[in-house]
Ligand binder design. Structure first.
Ligand SMILES: [Zn+2]
Length: 434
C-alpha cells in the first residue's frame, strides 16, 4: 500500500462488527436463525432505519434517492468523486441472515476503519467514501431483481419501476412511502464500486478458500411467462374439451428442467420457482398460470441455445394442451469479466493479510453485476458453509470468515480511496476537467 502502514484492526473492532451483525439480524428474524425481510416490508423498513441511524451516529450524511436506495456519505476530500461500497438489506422469504446484509454492514465498518487508518497514518486520500443499501436486490416481492441498482445504473426506467406492483397489487411507490423509504437525493460522481458478499455456493468452502476474487459473472435470463387456457368444471368437463393452463405450466416446468440434457453437467442451471394460478380453486380447471423461468449459464451462447430448445418445447406444449403460452417480459444479464486490476488488488491485499484466496465465478446476480457496467467494480466473496446453501435459514458463514472478509475488504477500500485502482483515476480526471 503506497505510503501507508496497514494497522490491523483490534479484536474490539471485530467484536463491534459482530455485535452490530447480531443486532441487524434481529430485524425480521425467523425461528431458525434466518430473516424474512422482503423489500419495503416493515422488517425491511426497520433494518434500513437502524442502518441509517448507525451511519448518522458515525458521522455519515444519510440520504435516499427516488427508488429507495439508502446512501451514507463520508467526506474525506471536499469535492472529490466517491468510492461507493454496498450491497442489500432485503431478503427472500425465510432466508439466511448473511445474503446482502453482511456486505452492507461490512461497507459501513470498512469505511470507518479506513477513516481511522488514514487519520493514523496521515496519508492523503484521493477519493471520498460512500455506502449504499440497494433497494430490492432480491426481486421476490417486486420483479425484477437488482431493482435499486438497476434504476441507478439506467438499466431500468424509474417511473415504470415505481409503478411495478406486487402480488397484492401494491406498487413499489406505495410500498416505499409506507416505510418512509423514498427521497430525492442525486448521488455524487462515483469513481469505483466495491461489494463483499457470501458466495452462496460451495466451491470456496470445499477448497478451504477464505477470500474469493470474483472474476466473472454467469449470464442469466429470466422470462415472465403466462399460460392461458379456459376455466371450466374440473369434474364435468370432458377431458378432450379441456384447455388446462396448469397442465400446460406443469409441462413447461418439466421442459425447463429437461433442457439441461443438451449441455455438459453444471454448465447450465434452470428453474421455475413460483406459480400464480387463476382461479386456484379445487373444482375448477385453471384458466391462467403465470411464472418466471430462470436460466443461467457460464456463457451467453449457451443461454441462446437453451432458449431455442425452450421455444420448441413451448410450441409442442401449446398444441398438446390447447393453451397459449406467451412471454410477457424478459430480463437479461450477459456474462462478463470483472476488472483484472481489481482482482489483482484484492489478491495482493489478501496475501498481505495472510488469507487463502482464489478467483471465483459468481452464479448469482448481484448489484455489482449492474454497477460493473458503469464504473470500475471490485467484488469479493467469503465462503458459504453448510453445503453452500443460500436463500434458506440454514445459510451460514463463520464469524472468523466474516471478520477475515471485513479485514481484506477494509484493506481494498483503503487502497481504492488512495487511488490505487488505475481505472478509478480516469473519473477523477474527467471530473477535474469539468
Ligand atoms: Zn445478495
Amino acid at each position: 500500500m503506497t505510503g501507508l502502514e496497514f494497522v490491523r484492526p483490534s479484536s474490539a473492532d471485530d467484536a463491534a462488527f459482530l455485535d452490530d451483525f447480531v443486532t441487524m439480524s434481529g430485524f425480521g428474524s425467523t425461528d431458525n436463525h434466518g430473516v424474512d425481510r422482503q423489500a419495503a416490508t416493515p422488517a425491511d423498513g426497520q433494518t434500513r432505519d437502524w442502518f441509517a441511524e448507525l451511519l448518522r451516529s458515525n458521522g455519515f450524511t444519510v440520504d435516499m434517492d427516488p427508488i429507495g436506495n439508502v446512501f451514507g456519505l463520508l467526506e474525506l476530500v471536499p469535492g472529490a468523486p466517491y468510492i461507493l461500497l454496498g450491497s442489500h438489506l432485503d431478503s427472500q422469504p425465510l432466508a439466511g441472515r448473511f445474503d446482502g446484509a453482511y456486505g452492507v454492514l461490512a461497507a459501513a465498518h470498512a469505511s470507518l476503519r479506513t477513516r481511522e487508518q488514514l487519520a493514523a497514518s496521515g496519508a492523503a486520500p484521493t477519493f471520498n467514501l460512500a455506502v449504499v443499501d440497494w433497494f430490492n436486490e432480491e426481486g421476490c416481492r417486486f420483479k425484477p431483481s437488482m431493482m435499486g441498482s438497476g434504476v441507478f445504473t439506467g438499466l431500468l426506467d424509474l417511473e415504470k419501476t415505481l409503478a411495478t406492483v406486487d402480488a397484492q397489487g401494491v406498487s413499489v411507490a406505495e410500498a416505499l412511502h409506507a416505510i418512509n423509504g423514498v427521497g430525492t437525493f442525486t448521488p455524487p460522481p462515483i469513481a469505483a464500486y466495491s461489494e463483499i458478499h457470501i458466495e452462496q455456493g460451495r466451491s470456496m468452502d470445499d477448497a478451504n478458500t477464505t477470500i474469493g476474487m470474483v472474476s466473472s459473472t454467469w449470464s442469466a435470463r429470466k422470462y415472465e411467462i403466462v399460460v392461458r387456457g379456459e376455466q371450466s368444471h374440473s369434474g364435468a368437463t370432458r377431458m378432450k374439451d379441456r384447455r388446462d393452463a396448469l397442465l400446460g405450466a406443469a409441462k413447461v416446468i418439466v421442459a425447463v428442467n429437461d433442457l439441461l440434457a443438451h449441455f455438459d453437467d453444471e454448465a447450465v442451471h434452470s428453474s421455475i420457482s413460483e406459480l400464480y394460478v387463476a382461479p386456484n380453486s379445487p373444482v375448477t380447471v385453471a384458466r391462467e398460470v403465470r411464472f418466471l423461468i430462470d436460466i443461467r449459464a457460464r456463457e451467453s451462447g449457451l443461454l441462446a441455445e437453451a432458449y431455442s430448445h425452450l421455444q420448441a418445447a413451448i410450441a409442442r406444449i401449446e398444441a398438446e394442451c390447447r393453451v397459449s403460452i406467451d412471454e410477457i417480459g424478459a430480463s437479461i444479464w450477459e456474462s462478463g469479466p470483472f476488472l483484472e486490476s481489481g482482482i489483482e488488488l484484492t489478491r495482493s491485499s489478501a496475501e498481505l493479510l495472510g488469507y487463502s484466496n482464489d478467483r471465483v465465478l459468481t452464479l448469482a446476480g448481484h448489484d455489482a453485476t449492474n454497477m460493473k457496467e458503469i464504473v470500475p467494480t471490485v467484488m469479493l466473496f467469503v465462503p458459504s458453509a453448510a453445503d453452500g446453501i443460500s436463500h434458506n435459514e440454514r445459510e451460514f458463514t463463520s464469524d472468523e470468515d466474516l471478520v477475515a472478509g471485513l479485514n481484506v475488504f477494509t484493506h481494498v477500500v483503503t487502497r481504492l480511496v488512495l487511488g490505487e485502482l488505475p481505472e478509478s483515476l480516469s473519473i477523477l480526471e474527467a471530473s477535474a476537467a469539468v
